[in-house]
Write a protein that binds this ligand. Structure first.
Ligand code: SAH
Length: 250
């Protein structure tokens, strides 16, 4: 059940951390690891730190940007050690697991750089943010340790679900009873690009002074978790606006 959860590491600097992540994943039953432009990979240091988890490293996908890592995912969670300028729906690792594990969708959990974490733009690609509630004045965990905490909670949730399945419980869960498949990352990004273009066309968004309009629009739509039909309807509305504008000769 945890095969559908992809761990994404962005610009990891130390190959030892990649090995540590592979080991943490294998311990907890995760297998899908994707690296976005790692500084050094493959690497003997990574192999050594992975211990017996070489199969995870052998099956790693390496991509050149985060969008590519997320393209086929319908549920994206970003990790962050600090509060950000525009707060996003924030959960702790246990709550995150209760959302991700029962959901039928392909999910990605994104981890940041050792020195700087994830950028605001990267975090704005996510539906939820997860924070490991560490102490305030020393909040940042080593990235492999952070993956371990998250993977452990996923495992605990999975074990709890298996137990409940055997006694026939039907816990409510996110997105399981929806009639239409949720839009994936790629479809959402095309919708946001179309929205931005249209907002410029109707002169609501000033490209010279965009302020926080698009991040706020993103947060609104990410909170709604749109399905494929809803995204198509929204794009139809945008297209109609552009058509009307073209007709009026502006
Ligand atoms: N100095 C960076 C932290 C980088 S730690 C910053 O302030 O953002 C490297 C990565 O480990 C983070 O990007 C995140 O993916 C994960 N991580 C570390 N501490 C975490 C915490 N308390 N909660 C959630 N993720 C954390």
């Amino acid at each position: 059940m945890l095969e559908k959860v992809r761990i994404v590491l962005v610009n990891t600097t130390h190959p030892g951390n990649i090995g540590g992540v592979a080991r943490a994943m294998k311990n907890m039953g995760l297998s899908d690891l994707c690296l976005v432009e790692p500084k050094e990979f493959p690497s003997e240091v990574a192999d050594a730190r992975a211990s017996g988890a070489l199969d995870i490293l052998a099956n790693v996908t390496v991509v050149s940007n985060l969008q590519e890592a997320l393209a086929d995912c319908q549920l994206v969670v970003g990790t962050s050690a600090r509060e950000r300028h525009i707060p996003w729906p924030l959960v702790n690792p246990r709550e995150m697991a209760s959302i991700v594990v029962p959901a039928p969708q392909k999910a990605a959990i994104v981890f940041g750089r050792e020195d700087r974490g994830l950028t605001n733009e990267e975090l704005q690609l996510c539906h939820h943010h997860v924070n490991i509630p560490s102490v305030e004045n020393f909040s940042s965990l080593n990235v492999a340790a952070a993956v371990q905490v998250i993977a452990y909670e996923l495992r605990m949730e999975q074990l709890a679900m298996e137990k409940q399945e055997s006694v026939g419980s039907d816990r409510p869960s996110w997105g399981t009873d929806w009639d239409i498949e949720l839009a994936d990352h790629e479809e959402l990004e095309r919708m946001f690009a179309h929205l931005e273009e249209t907002l410029v066309d109707i002169e609501f968004l000033d490209p010279e002074n965009p302020r926080q309009l698009m991040p706020r629009m993103r947060r609104l739509f990410m909170r709604a978790v749109p399905d494929k039909v809803e995204v198509n309807v929204l794009r139809g509305v945008l297209k109609a606006m552009q058509r009307k504008l073209a007709k009026s000769g502006r």
